[in-house]
Design a protein around this ligand. Structure first.
Ligand code: SF4
Length: 476
């Protein structure tokens, strides 16, 4: 068994990876985790971060960067970290990336840069995600400064939506000297990361800290403002030089199989909200205490639903997914965390019907085994049910986590001129500009389906597109 040496910084040699095993960040004990909704992993200490970074061989043509949609300077960050130059490394991260919180906490690195790392062929990849998380925390606790914003351009940009996409766009634009106003119907900025999801991936305090720093930079937040009711595109276009649509997803994809109407079959997202948000609900929360809970789907919402069901006292929490584990859209870290906490998984199976009793209550899920096919346009593996392979799984509660439909624009004539594609998304060009000049869109309103990393990349592209559009106007 290879062990990490106890030096403060990693000895940067070409073959350090042969001497040092990959070390995962420490995790909180499961009983502790099951009593709250907070993050599971803790950051590395300085010695471990440095040693792990020293495993990088500094490839001349790094696969990790090629696989990163955000073009993060990964080898440079790792070299500085390996040499113990944590301040410089954190500064590089803060200076080259909008909202490093999202990169450090939300990126699915095991499917992106780490999957592409050249070391996967001979050993295990450099833990790039955990090192980014270390640098983020180091930067905040040691007062690493972000670069000051550019000189004010005198131009104003309205951003509709304060979630991942809106905050990314606002951060990039405010750094470039634009006066940014964010509009959102929610009371608190941060989208689902603050107003909905549990803090398993990122504690809400981390997002709130970023919102506060955006406020200090001059970004204005107009919360509780409903787009389409309180404000329209036309009004925003008149009062701002550009508009960015960054609306998030709200409508869940329904379950459309026999028995979907039975009592005990519910959408997973409202179930999550009942446990994690301060919002008031008309309906009572679904009681899962001591019950057999089945979750349908394989994304992060499904993982959150499993883990919250276990925290709410479910007897069992079992996930049914049509593909195999590698094809699940959820972050592999979240799948692992759910399994550690007691969630069970049935792979390569899909529900054919929900079973019920004479009282109209759910009693089980009839499934069929699936056969894997070619991936679809979005890279998701195609599957088809195999006849004659049906089997039943007992269930008292079924939580549906099939994702969300693209957000719909409110029916007001201001937005009628925006071209909408067949999938319901706004049509955008390479700079994320819609069919209306000066109106841009990114995130799930412009791409569907969309991953979080694509949201971040498109928000950054939109900010660059807005900058080019407004720079050209300044020269006229
Ligand atoms: Fe380092 Fe891996 Fe990137 Fe190569 S691919 S530069 S070893 S992190």
């Amino acid at each position: 068994m290879k062990t990490a040496t106890a030096t403060k910084t990693g000895a940067r040699t070409k073959y350090a990876w042969r001497e040092l095993d990959r070390v995962e960040p420490p995790k909180r004990p499961v009983p502790d985790r099951l009593s709250d909704f907070h993050e599971v992993s803790r950051p590395y200490d300085e010695a471990t971060a440095s040693q792990q970074a020293s495993r990088c061989v500094q490839c001349p043509h790094p696969n990790c960067v090629a696989a990163c949609p955000l073009e993060i300077p990964i080898p440079d960050l790792l070299a500085l970290t390996a040499d113990g130059q944590f301040h410089d490394a954190a500064e590089l991260l803060f200076n080259t990336q909008s909202l490093p919180e999202f990169i450090a906490h939300i990126c699915v690195e095991k499917r992106m840069c780490e999957a592409a790392c050249v070391l996967t062929k001979a050993s295990e990849p450099v833990p790039i995600g955990a090192i980014s998380r270390f640098l983020l925390d180091y930067g905040w606790t040691h007062g690493v400064k972000e670069p000051p914003p550019a000189t004010a351009t005198g131009q104003r940009v309205a951003v509709i939506g304060s979630g991942l996409c809106g905050l990314m766009g606002a951060d990039a634009l405010s750094r470039q000297g634009y006066a940014v106003t964010i509009i959102d119907s929610a009371k608190a900025p941060g989208g689902r990361l603050v107003n909905g999801l549990a803090g398993f991936k990122v504690d809400r305090a981390v997002i709130k800290r970023r919102v506060q720093s955006l406020r200090e930079r001059g970004v204005e937040f107009r919360m509780g403002v409903v787009f389409g009711r309180d404000v329209t595109t036309g009004a925003l276009r008149r009062s701002h030089d550009a508009v960015l649509f960054a609306l998030g997803r709200t409508e869940a994809v329904p379950l459309e199989i026999p028995g979907a109407e039975l009592r005990g079959v519910c959408q997973a997202y409202p179930f999550i909200l009942h446990h994690t948000s301060d919002a008031r609900f008309h309906a009572l929360p679904v009681n899962v205490e001591g019950r057999q809970v089945v979750v349908l789907g394989g994304g992060d919402t499904a993982m959150d639903a499993l883990r919250i069901a276990l925290r709410a006292g479910a007897g069992d929490a079992l996930c049914i997914y049509r593909g195999d584990e590698a094809a699940m859209p959820a972050d592999p870290k979240e799948i692992e965390n759910a399994a550690e906490e007691g969630a069970q998984f049935v792979f390569r199976s899909q529900p054919a019907a929900i079973l019920g009793n004479a009282n109209g209550e759910v009693t089980g899920v009839r499934c069929a085994r699936t056969q894997l096919g070619a991936p679809d346009a979005a890279g998701r593996q195609g599957v088809r049910a195999q006849p004659g392979t049906e089997f039943d799984i007992p269930a008292e509660v079924v939580l549906v986590a099939y994702g969300f439909a693209p957000p719909r624009l409110p029916p007001c004539d201001d937005v009628a001129g925006l071209a909408v594609g067949q999938n319901g998304c706004l049509v955008v060009d390479a700079a994320q500009m819609t069919s209306v000049p000066g109106v841009f869109a990114a995130g799930s309103i412009a791409r569907w389906p969309v991953s979080m990393i694509e949201v971040m990349r498109d928000a950054r592209k939109a900010a660059a597109g807005i900058d080019r559009y407004l720079s050209a106007l300044r020269k006229v």
